[in-house]
Design a binder for this molecule. Sequence first.
Ligand code: ADP
Length: 184
Amino acid sequence: MQIHINHVDISVSVGDITTWQGDMIVNASNSGLYGGGGVDGAIHRAGGPQIAAECALIRQKQGGILPGEAAVTTAGKLPYLGIIHTVGPIWKGGGAGEAATLAKCYINSLDMAIVRGAQSIAFPNISTGVYNFPKLLACQTALSTVVQYVSDRDSRVLPLKTIAFICFEQDNAKLYEETLKSYM
Ligand code: ADP
């Protein structure tokens, strides 16, 4: 399903993000930008070793990235303008600013996509895997941040036309659909 806010489609679907068709995808990476499991592993496997090679360069140059930050690499064999790697917060009970850090992941990724001229971007459900962020709060944080981001901008100069949330798990998709409805 999808909603339309300020000339941008915000959609939710179930699937593997590496098969999504669009300009850029976001990876839920780790601070060292080492390919890991989950969506990170899937993107590195599908894109090939060029992605890890560029991650190593970023590591050398700036020692990795902090939670909430983002960096761009080639998409390797994948047909995208690039991969945006962001690092979600590890859930520590909610008192360590986790929701604010998660919001920064979405904001910084959208900023980077716009700089690259992307018209469409897809996000996985950052931090809801091994980083253990509660799924409902992660969903509410993701959607409220993205809706606010799109609403705050002048649609005449915003290249982005589509923001897709790709849920790997049905329970996340259900949460996203229910929360998205509240913005209709
Ligand atoms: P994190 O460390 O940020 O928690 P994970 O990769 O463990 O990252 O999980 C983030 C989310 O990505 C989870 O909801 C997981 O189900 C989902 N995920 C795993 N593989 C894929 C994939 N191929 N495409 C989209 N989402 C995926």
